[in-house]
Design a protein around this ligand. Structure first.
Ligand SMILES: Cc1cc2nc3c(=O)[nH]c(=O)nc-3n(C[C@H](O)[C@H](O)[C@H](O)COP(=O)(O)OP(=O)(O)OC[C@H]3O[C@@H](n4cnc5c(N)ncnc54)[C@H](O)[C@@H]3O)c2cc1C
Length: 305
């Protein structure tokens, strides 16, 4: 990689040292524990800083990639060119106003769900075991069990590539199955407002504990993964189709179709992104051959092969 010294000097003069890393392996920033280096990795703490990094990247002609907690991505082995803007703890404030919770995009979804429970607010119990950031959950319209983000979101504030703040009411977010408008508009989700309903703290905690128990029983949480590898095809479950194709436990290198839940690809230790991609293609081909159903990845693929 060729470091752009002028860009690095500008970044160092404008931001705190812990906000900016150069040539940083993305395997440290994804739940798959896979991924080559990002040229530059930046952790913003405000919408103004997001606007500033957008403007600097543009000025230095550097491509931009946005990341949350890295729990739904496969970063390829040669890594990501240009700047990765990662929303995490510096952008994770959470506050309550009546039945509304307002939080930064970097807040971990489970932490927001726990916070809501503590305030006696119901509606986010489903989210307790989803290991994403709140921004990533909006981007994906994450969901589980009896809920999805679209049911609780009332407003999202994002920054566009020109650095302007845009406020979206729910009706303008184009939510669908694992879809939101942000998959098409290159904007960075910064702040999210959730409307919840008053409930009994004890029952909310009980419901969350029940969901957690179901996850522990069914999902391979002891191994790195990016959750469900494929979207749910209409009328089927990806995991069941893969299992019925005889692919449970099938592996390429250290990338394996989980023995516990065939909907998950897990990293047994040293899987590369190339292993995961080959495994995905093999599964797609064999499921199509045997069941006539095309599987599409839910995991988002970033970077260079
Ligand atoms: C063990 C496990 C279980 C899971 N269970 C579920 C589940 O039950 N239901 C479910 O829906 N998902 C599940 N997932 C997948 C994942 O946690 C969700 O999709 C989550 O919402 C992704 O959030 P993230 O912050 O990790 O996003 P990332 O993986 O970091 O990014 C995902 C996409 O969102 C974009 N993005 C992230 N943050 C922003 C932002 N602030 N602004 C603009 N774009 C952004 C990125 O560019 C990327 O394209 C699971 C994953 C794992 C590992």
């Amino acid at each position: 990689m060729q470091i752009n010294q002028a860009f690095v000097a500008t970044m160092k003069s404008q931001f705190r040292p812990e906000q900016f890393l150069v040539n940083e392996p993305m395997s440290r920033h994804t739940t798959f524990r896979i991924g080559g280096p990002a040229d530059y990795l930046f952790f913003p703490s405000s919408a103004d800083e997001v606007a500033a990094i957008f403007s600097l990247s543009d000025q230095y002609h550097l491509p931009l990639t946005i990341l949350g907690n890295g729990s739904n991505v496969l970063v390829l082995d040669k890594g990501i060119r240009g700047v990765v803007v990662k929303f995490n703890s510096p952008f994770s404030s959470i506050r309550q106003e009546g039945n509304t919770i307002i939080a930064g995009a970097g807040a971990i979804l489970g932490a927001v769900a726990q916070y809501a429970a503590k305030q006696g607010l119901s509606g986010l119990e489903f989210a307790v075991g989803i290991p994403g950031s709140l921004g990533g959950a909006i981007f994906m319209n994450a969901g589980a069990y009896d809920g999805e983000m679209k049911n609780v979101v009332t407003r999202v504030t994002a920054v566009n590539r020109q650095g302007s703040l845009i406020h979206y009411p729910t009706a303008e977010l184009d939510f669908g199955y694992r879809h939101s408008i942000f998959q098409e508009n290159d904007q960075a989700i910064c702040e999210i407002q959730l409307q919840l309903t008053p409930g009994d703290t004890m029952s909310i905690h009980q419901k969350m504990a029940g969901f957690t128990e179901r996850r522990i029983k069914k999902q391979p949480l002891d191994l790195p993964s990016a959750g469900s590898t494929f979207k749910r095809p209409e009328g089927y479950f990806a995991g069941t189709l893969i299992e019925h194709t005889g692919l449970k436990g099938f592996h390429i290198g250290d990338a394996q179709i989980s023995e516990k839940h065939a909907g998950f690809v897990v990293n047994k230790g040293n899987a590369t992104a190339a292993d995961v991609l080959r495994l995905i293609h093999e599964v797609q081909d064999r499921v199509l051959q045997e069941h006539g159903v095309k599987l599409y990845p839910e995991v988002r693929i970033l970077g260079e092969e």
